[in-house]
Design a binder for this molecule. Structure first.
Ligand code: SF4
Length: 88
């Protein structure tokens, strides 16, 4: 079931805060974040989840996807803000 792990919580290294798995599986305009395997393998069987809910083409596309430059820039800004808050 696609929504079965939606309420699972994890820390996002890209955004610098905790979020729900639902965000991760829809992060790129409804498609999974390219880091979804790296971020969730310790919490549940992400490989099986992906295999059951996405096509092999969609999964393969994760390997070749690169983050949009606007996302990268926004992430860098967010990381700078987080560092500023922490006083680093
Ligand atoms: S999968 Fe992507 S959005 Fe989700 S926690 Fe990891 S880096 Fe953040």
């Amino acid at each position: 079931m696609l929504e079965q792990y939606d309420s699972e919580q994890g820390y996002c290294r890209k955004l610098g805060h905790h979020l729900n798995f639902q965000y991760c599986r829809t992060e790129r305009n409804g498609k999974p974040c390219i880091k979804i395997f790296d971020c969730w393998f310790e919490k549940f069987d992400i490989k099986t989840f992906m295999r059951e809910n996405f096509t092999s083409e969609e999964i393969e596309a994760l390997n070749s996807a690169t983050p949009p430059k606007t996302n990268t820039l926004l992430n860098l800004i967010q990381q700078a803000k987080n560092r500023q808050k922490r006083g680093n």
